[in-house]
Write a protein that binds this ligand. Structure first.
Ligand SMILES: [Zn+2]
Length: 173
């Protein structure tokens, strides 16, 4: 899985570690928030091992993220927070499969609004992922988000989005 990191994912979790089975992305602004020796070393090692890659969200997505943040009244967002949201919007539009790692409630609310999957981190471990799927409100057939049509092929009704909770890849609600 590709994980997009928010600073809180590392800063709030002294036991956070990069897992070689996955890949990680962050922005320059997030990297700059990792100021302690421990967190810097952790990130630098991951960069060297090519587990972590730094992206610059394109201008269009910065503008979009800033617009939604001010429209919806997410007032306490830092530049680093907005950079994560901009990159998440970019990844989504590029059709990437990814999950945002964040313990920040404002970011989680924003991602919920956009239907972007995220995981909080508890004691260094990912316990669950909040994902979003498309379903038909008539026949309840479900579609994978990345390949969902606009309408149900059986009923012709516009699909809706719903929030699901997954634990280690299995759905629990
Ligand atoms: Zn249907």
């Amino acid at each position: 899985m590709l994980y997009l990191l928010d600073a809180s994912a590392i800063l709030n979790n002294p036991r956070f570690s990069f897992d070689e089975r996955h890949s990680y992305a962050c922005t320059l602004e997030i990297l700059e928030e990792l100021k302690s020796f421990e967190t810097r070393t952790l990130a630098e090692n991951a960069l060297k091992r090519k587990l972590l890659r730094v992206y610059r969200p394109r201008h269009k997505y910065w503008k979009n993220a800033e617009k939604i943040v001010s429209q919806k009244g997410f007032t306490r967002m830092s530049k680093a927070d907005i950079s994560v949201l901009a990159l998440a919007m970019q990844f989504k539009e590029e059709g990437k499969e990814f999950v945002v790692l964040t313990d920040d409630y404002s970011i989680q609310n924003f991602l919920t609004m956009l239907g972007i999957a995220f995981s909080p981190i508890i004691q260094g471990k990912i316990k669950q992922t909040i994902a979003f799927i498309k379903y038909c409100p008539a026949c309840l057939r479900e579609f994978h988000k990345s390949c969902a049509p606009r309408e149900c092929p059986d009923c012709g009704i516009e699909l809706k989005t719903k929030r699901v909770v997954e634990k280690s890849g299995k759905r629990v609600s």
